[in-house]
Ligand binder design. Structure first.
Ligand code: PLZ
Length: 457
């Protein structure tokens, strides 16, 4: 009879079939009804990229309230890196819910917080003594990183790079490159933040050494190294459009920071936790940051973030100087421990490399067909394409946000969720969970092919 191949050992079992399936208009009637309710009670400032309401999620698939299934190429902006509702994470969190949900680590501590700190010490770059403070969100990690760097150095200045994104709190709004929609009208903003040129090889054509010299010169002239507490960089910029700096750029910046007593902080909130095929993207550039910020993918979808740094820097903060009610919550911490275990058990660093190969090959094929794809870039499961106006891919590279929006809308109608990025909104970014199969990626790429064809590009 028919051949049945038992893949149950090699293939994880999913509670949702790993396929795209569209059964209603998008959004469907139940989503539309929920959207009406939402508009009456949620402010418009909180918008949604695709107003389909999700009822279930598993692996790389989102299921909406109307029964439509989407291939999720965004993973909640790089959060469900181990897969949606990954079993080890669910079990760990559920077990922890039975034992202790909250005590407040700064009142009566618990082991899970300590274990996450041990795991971060082990897996962040650098073989030296480290300390970790756990908080609730990426922005809070950035705030704490800056706070500690200031205390350690006794200096105020915070340097950031063009096209950076660091959060939505008052300090982090000041650190973002892009004003709209993040900070428009929300001032006054925190002071002592200085923005320097980054390395953006597709646009500036500079080598890493040249770009670093430009950045350092800019900071020395406009602030002066002696007034800088820290330089905060995303090794691969996230919201900025998965900008991979030219080789040598980041190491040169780090060298300058070290020489000048400036704390070098890697914001690995989007690029960390196995996403790029290394625990932290810093490793690809040979960086050993003084401080590494992690969040998003660290706890499989539960809110948790960490600031991990050299012991002597971290211990500059006085007892009682760091904390917060929910920081390092036991359930989120238990989930994070399971995420670290799953990265090993599921060989997720290798999975990220597999995804890179599949995505790159597929996207390069599309680039050969459609000249509005100016560049394919990224590392691991953090890959993007930058879209430009027809005929400008190697000349003016004029941003084409309109095409990005059309493609996102087309893909959504066919059950593929793709996220945008870039200061000019002209980047399509792919950051699927590492559980996504090559078959799902191939299916999603074929939808993208149709989407580009529909533009007549
Ligand atoms: N640093 C590098 O990518 C979050 C923003 C989503 P929070 N990026 C997604 C949105 O529209 O609010 C991010 C990041 C980098 C810091 C942050 C901030 O992390 O957990 O959103 O506060």
């Amino acid at each position: 009879m028919t051949d049945t191949i038992d893949t149950s050992i090699a293939t994880p079992s999913y509670s949702v079939t790993q396929e795209r399936r569209i059964v209603t208009a998008i959004p469907g009637p139940k989503s539309e009804e929920l959207h009406r309710r939402r508009l009456a009670v949620v402010p418009r400032g909180v918008s949604s990229a695709l107003p389909v309401y999700i009822a279930k999620a598993n692996g790389a698939i989102l299921v909406d309230v109307d029964g439509n299934q989407f291939i999720d190429l965004g993973a909640g902006i790089g959060v469900t890196t181990v897969g949606h509702t990954e079993k080890a994470v669910v079990d760990a969190a559920a077990g922890q819910l039975q034992d202790v949900i909250h005590t407040l680590f700064t009142i009566t501590p618990y082991e899970e917080y300590v274990r996450v700190a041990e795991l971060l010490a082990e897996h962040t770059p650098g073989d030296f003594e480290k300390r970790t403070v756990l908080v609730n969100s990426g922005a809070e990690a950035v705030e704490n990183g800056v706070k500690i760097a200031r205390k350690h150095t006794g200096r105020n200045g915070v340097a950031v790079l063009e096209h950076a994104y660091h959060g939505r709190t008052n300090l982090t709004m000041a650190m973002n490159f892009k004003a709209a929609p993040y900070s428009t009208g929300f001032g006054p903003f925190a002071g002592d933040v200085y923005r320097a040129p980054n390395s953006y090889p597709y646009h500036d054509g500079l080598s890493g050494t040249e770009a670093a010299a430009r950045t350092i010169n800019y900071l020395e002239k406009t602030v002066g190294a002696a007034d800088l507490a820290c330089l905060v960089v995303e090794p691969i910029q996230g919201e900025g459009g998965f900008v991979v700096p030219a080789e040598g750029f980041l190491p040169a910046l780090q060298e300058w920071c070290t020489a000048q007593g400036i704390v070098f902080i890697a914001d690995e909130i989007q690029s960390g936790m196995a996403r790029t095929g290394a625990y932290f993207a810093s490793e690809h550039f040979g960086l050993v940051p003084d401080m590494v910020l992690s969040a998003k993918g660290i706890a499989g979808g539960l809110p948790l973030a960490g600031v991990t740094g050299r012991a002597e820097i971290m211990d500059a903060a006085q007892p009682g100087g760091l904390g917060g009610t929910f920081g390092g919550n036991p359930v989120a911490a238990a989930a994070a421990i399971a995420v670290f275990e799953q990265i090993e058990a599921g060989s997720l660093l290798a999975e990220a490399k597999r995804i890179e190969q599949t995505l790159y090959a597929g996207l390069l094929e599309l680039q050969a067909k459609y000249d509005i794809i100016g560049e394919v870039r990224g590392i691991g499961a953090m890959v993007a394409i930058e879209l430009v106006e027809p005929g400008t891919a190697s000349t003016t590279k004029t941003p084409n946000a309109e095409a990005v929006n059309a493609i996102v809308a087309f893909a959504a109608q066919r059950g593929v969720l793709v996220l945008t990025a870039g200061t000019y909104g002209n980047v399509l970014r792919f950051l699927p969970s590492l559980a996504v199969s090559d078959a799902l990626l191939a299916d999603a790429l074929s939808v993208l092919d149709e989407a580009f064809a529909s533009l007549g590009a």
